[in-house]
Each structure stands twice: as structure tokens, then as C-alpha cells.
Design a binder for this molecule. Structure first.
Ligand SMILES: C[S@@+](CC[C@H](N)C(=O)[O-])C[C@H]1O[C@@H](n2cnc3c(N)ncnc32)[C@H](O)[C@@H]1O
Length: 315
């Protein structure tokens, strides 16, 4: 229900949000803050959705694997340009800075960059809680085709893959994708793809997914980029498909503090958190072509740090 407070998902939080156990510690204390200014670093060129992009190490050639191979081939043929987009050469500047920052963060400590202070147990538990929440949004999970925008190392994927039919995930960081591929190697129904900063979901056909979700990601990009992702999520969802996204709440003590802290920093970190307010989230989701069904606020010291939205793709 709109404006309600609840515990939609687990205690998912990242570098910029002190969680309940961290209380209101200083934001920007995670690895991203220590990163040097955005600098191009050779990204991995691994986006062809060829066999390397799959977790195909499961023994034998299962029907799912054959299907995914065919699907990858078809997708590759359908959008040949997408896989060649924006691959800055070694040392070349990258327009947004997202890629080099997140690649560096992943190399330094991927888990810490994703959930500051998380132990292995917390990391897995929150991934499982989020996966269960997502399964609960699907009418027929076993046959559902699901996409995650900004998967990191597959915190949620490890727990969601056994619950759904096909699981696709993209991330701007080739390093995150590389680690996710290792972590998810045993699953035959997972497709991972590194995307260019300005690629969004261009690789995927219209109406392809039953559910698109994104946690702890849209807050780290320019609001215009977050909106582009929402618009593209609508395009790749089938009519009636489900969107499940999270935004940080500016009105919470944690994100008010994070916002103020970021003001003075120069140059501004391209991956800094951009907080939102509920009305803004509701408006943007509707503007992108969704009917918001549920908006809940939870997490943080006052229980209002994160805004979660479940919305349905309008016809
Ligand atoms: C805080 S982590 C969250 C990872 C994952 N969603 C989770 O909840 O475990 C943010 C992730 O978003 C990715 N990311 C940042 N900007 C992105 C963009 N423009 N497109 C796709 N992924 C992006 C980062 O590389 C990183 O893996």
C-alpha cells in the first residue's frame, strides 16, 4: 500500500547507507569514497552473449542450456550493434565514469562495495530474502523470465536462479560480471551481460520479460539514467509484466546526511547516491509507463531509508 511501512525485502543496503547495525555512521566511508577520480580503465570485452557469457559449466547439454544458447544466438543476431557499443579503449575517457569506478570497487572488495559491512552470512541472507520476495511477485515462477539491472556479483541471483525459469542479469562493471559468473557457475539458467554505460537494456527485445527488478543500483546513476532504465524496463517487459525497484529516501536521516555530505566533494563521485522522495518515485514510475501497485518504505534507523515499488507495465 502506498505510504505504508513494511519489510518488503531483506536488509539490502550498500556502501552509502548505514544500516540498522551501523546506525548513522558517516556515509561515503565505503570503498567508493576511496576511489580515485573517474579514470578509464580497460573494461572487459565480454558482451557478445556467446558461450562465455553463460554459466554453462553444468554437466551435459540440458534442455535449458540448449534453449539459452539458441536464445543468445537469436538475441545476438537481433541487436548486433549493442554488443559493440561504448567500449572505451585502454586509457580512453569513459563518459559517465560508472564503469571504471565500479570495476575498481569490485577489484578492491566487491562484497564490501555492494553491502558495506556485510558478513558472508548477511550477504547471503539478504540475497535469499530478496529472492523470495521476487518469487512472491510472480504468478508462475518456474516458467518466468526475469531480468536484474545491476546484478553486482549475483547476491540475489544465487538464490533466485533455482526459483525461476530463466534469469538474465546485466551490470556496467565487467569485473562484477566476472565474479558473478564464477559465483553462479553451477546454474544453467542464468545469462550475464556486461553493458555499456549508455546501453541500458538495448540488447533485449520488446516484451521479453515477466519481471524486471533492480536493487541498490538506480540510486547510483544520474536521475536521467535511472529514468532511462525505467523506460527500457517497460519496453522489455510484456504487458502486465512486473517492475520491482528500490530507491533511497531523501527524507530519512541516513540519506539526508548522505546528500549533505556529497555536496562539498569535488570532483563529485559519479556513483554517489541520489536520494528520492516517495512522490517523486511514484511519479517517475508512472511517467515511465507503469501502474504502481505497492510502495513501501523500510530499513535504516527510523525504518524509512528505502523506498520499494512494485508496479505493473501498462498496456
Ligand atoms: C551497490 S551494487 C548492488 C548490486 C546488486 N544489485 C545487489 O543488490 O546485490 C551496485 C551495482 O550497480 C552496478 N551499476 C552501477 N551503475 C550501473 C549502470 N549504469 N548500469 C548497470 N549497472 C550499474 C554496479 O556495477 C554494481 O554492481
Amino acid at each position: 500500500m502506498f505510504g505504508g511501512r513494511g519489510q518488503l525485502v531483506g536488509a539490502a543496503r550498500d556502501t552509502f547507507l548505514p544500516g540498522p547495525d551501523v546506525k548513522s555512521g558517516p556515509p561515503f566511508s565505503g570503498p567508493l569514497r576511496r576511489l580515485p577520480p573517474a579514470r578509464a580503465k580497460a573494461p572487459n570485452r565480454s558482451c557478445s552473449l556467446g558461450s562465455n557469457d553463460f554459466a554453462l559449466r553444468r554437466a551435459g547439454s540440458t534442455a535449458v542450456m540448449r534453449r539459452l544458447r539458441r536464445l543468445a544466438g537469436a538475441l545476438g543476431r537481433r541487436r548486433p550493434d549493442a554488443s559493440r557499443r561504448e567500449r572505451p579503449a585502454d586509457g580512453a575517457p569513459e563518459s559517465t565514469g560508472y564503469k571504471s569506478l565500479w570495476n575498481d570497487a569490485a577489484r578492491a572488495d566487491a562484497r564490501e562495495a555492494i553491502l558495506t559491512g556485510a558478513t558472508e552470512e548477511t550477504f547471503e541472507r539478504t540475497g535469499q530474502e530478496d529472492a523470495l520476495r521476487i518469487r512472491g511477485l510472480l504468478a508462475d515462477p518456474a516458467s518466468a523470465r526475469v531480468l536484474n539491472i545491476g546484478c553486482g556479483i549475483g547476491r540475489v541471483e544465487r538464490h533466485l536462479a533455482p526459483l525461476v525459469g530463466e534469469l538474465f542479469a546485466v551490470d556496467v562493471s565487467g569485473e562484477m560480471i566476472r565474479r558473478a559468473r564464477e559465483r553462479l557457475a553451477s546454474f544453467g539458467n542464468v545469462v550475464l551481460r556486461e553493458v555499456a554505460s549508455d546501453e541500458y537494456l538495448a540488447f533485449f527485445p520488446d516484451g521479453f520479460f515477466d519481471l524486471v527488478f533492480s536493487l541498490l543500483v538506480l540510486q547510483h546513476v544520474e536521475k536521467e539514467d535511472a529514468f532511462r532504465y525505467l523506460e527500457d524496463a517497460r519496453r522489455v517487459l510484456r504487458p502486465g509484466g512486473i517492475l520491482f525497484v528500490q530507491f533511497p529516501n531523501l527524507l530519512s536521516p541516513e540519506y539526508s546526511h548522505a546528500f549533505r555530505s556529497a555536496i562539498a566533494s569535488r570532483p563529485r563521485n559519479p556513483a554517489r547516491v541520489r536520494p528520492y522522495v516517495e512522490a517523486e518515485v511514484r511519479h517517475l514510475v508512472a511517467l515511465a509507463g507503469f501502474d504502481p501497485r505497492e510502495l513501501t518504505v523500510s530499513g535504516g534507523s527510523r525504518g524509512d531509508a528505502e523506498i520499494y515499488v512494485v508496479a505493473v507495465r501498462r498496456e
